[in-house]
Design a protein around this ligand. Structure first.
Ligand SMILES: [Zn+2]
Ligand SMILES: [Zn+2]
Length: 445
């Protein structure tokens, strides 16, 4: 959290000569009551916005109408809004005196799938995607994030005598294809606009509403796609001596590859490589010319990732060399990097969230899915990325003890958050996290 710490140390040094204004301890229960009253007042508009966005979702980099709706809301609240940052992204700024710049991110995009919730506001919209028509649905809950984002902006402006600094609210396109964060950065996000001192983002998950999960350090996985094509020399299955057999190479590779995990990687570190597809050959008595393998590589730490990529490539080349075959074609395509939560920002968030939500705030193990919020973290914004729940606590309990059906997770066609308590928790938690960060800065912590 380097950017944030430096001004803090500077203000501590100033203490010796200039008395700092005295700040009372942040009254979290009092603020929580004020925030909840504000959300209750705003809820009819937030509910209407949520249901409108839910019923009319848009897919990665097509979020034109969604972005326009958010831009209009943010302008009405008093933010200065710039549209089309990273194709369809938004940047909304609100300066309220001297102080740090704090970023709050939402995503804009939905998924190419059919919603089957049967809700009165369910999406029936379709769009073109990769050359074919598809249904579109907010089955990852990014609509919950947008409503919470607007609610948080509105609440913080209502409480602007409680903080000083700049709010930088960004709405990111194309999270589902892990491309939108990079598009915004490539479009000058931290050059044309202030670079935030710290940032927050939330994601909904299938746990009880009113509960919050977080962790310091690794929050999600690095993901890479693997493509390997072994080239041999085809021929008759009865005369293998006249061929170079790529099926044998592929078989050897699938097995030897796991030695990178078991013998080269530190066994206490997370790393997985799985081959999900093998394509080659046509008949039992023909040795094919080539065999292609597709796989996925998941890791948490960059040094573990680097070691695994080197080991996987070496294993593929060695397998080909053992058969006296030409070098294989190897392509490793980088997906998202792991989100690493900053310990200092998490400590700030944890303190206010625990004071407000008590034992409904808990730490969680790192998740193996991937998320491109990591792009902002790696661009130098120390952050806290946390999860909020969406379902009735009784339904979650019944699903857990087997007395009720399993609950649809994110990306299920049946994913159906309960809007009011979920959005209220999102707004309250995010508003308190931001207020906690402004307060920590004001105290020189
Ligand atoms: Zn998703
Ligand atoms: Zn998502």
């Amino acid at each position: 959290m380097k950017q944030f710490v430096r001004p803090l140390l500077a203000s501590v040094a100033l203490c010796a000569v200039l008395p700092l204004p005295a700040y009372a301890e942040l009254d979290v229960p009092g603020l929580k009551t004020a925030i909840e009253a504000s959300v209750e007042r705003d809820y009819p508009q937030l509910d209407a916005l949520y249901k409108d966005i839910h019923a009319h979702p848009e897919i990665a980099f097509q979020e034109v109408k969604t972005a326009a709706k958010l831009a209009a809301e943010m302008r009405a609240i008093g933010f200065t809004v710039t549209e089309q940052v990273g194709k369809t992204g938004l940047v909304a700024l609100y300066k309220n005196g001297e102080g740090p710049t704090i970023m709050v991110r939402t995503e804009l995009d939905a998924l190419p799938m059919e919603e089957k919730t049967g809700l009165p506001y369910a999406s029936r919209d379709k769009t073109m995607w990769n050359g074919r028509e598809t249904f579109v649905a907010h089955s990852c809950g990014h609509d919950i994030h947008m409503a919470s984002w607007i609610g948080t902006a509105k609440t913080l402006i209502g409480l602007k005598d409680k903080w000083q600094g700049t709010l930088m609210f960004i709405a990111q396109p194309a999270e589902e294809i892990v491309s939108g964060a990079r598009a915004m950065l490539d479009d000058g996000l931290f050059k044309r606009f202030p670079k935030p001192d710290l940032g927050f983002a939330l994601h909904d998950v299938a746990i009880p509403y009113g509960t919050i999960l977080y962790r310091a350090g690794i929050g999600s996985s690095n993901s890479d796609s693997l493509y390997v094509k072994f080239r041999g020399r085809g021929g008759h299955g009865a005369a293998p001596q006249a061929t170079i057999d790529p099926v044998v190479m592929a078989a050897r590779f699938v097995v030897d590859l796991q030695s990178v995990i078991s013998r080269e990687k530190d066994p206490t570190e997370f790393g997985v490589v799985s081959i999900g597809a093998i394509h080659g050959g046509t008949a039992e008595n023909i040795i094919p010319d080539d065999v292609t393998l597709l796989g996925t590589i998941r890791t948490f730490k960059p040094e573990v990732r680097a070691k695994m990529l080197v080991g996987i490539e070496r294993t593929a080349r060695s397998v080909a060399a053992m058969s006296d075959a030409p070098p294989p074609e190897i392509k490793i395509t980088e997906g998202a990097k792991a989100v690493i939560n900053d310990a200092d920002v998490v400590a700030i968030g944890e303190k206010v969230l625990k004071a407000a939500f008590g034992d409904k705030v808990r730490t969680s193990p790192p998740g193996t899915p991937s998320e491109d919020y990591s792009e902002f973290v790696n661009a130098g914004v120390p952050s806290m990325f946390f999860n909020i729940g969406v379902y009735e606590p009784e339904r979650v309990a019944a699903a857990r003890d087997g007395s009720g059906p399993p609950l649809p997770p994110n990306h299920s066609p049946l994913f159906a958050p309960v809007p009011k308590p979920t959005i209220e928790t999102g707004v309250t938690a995010m508003t308190l996290a931001v207020l906690g960060a402004f307060d920590a800065h004001a105290r020189g912590r």
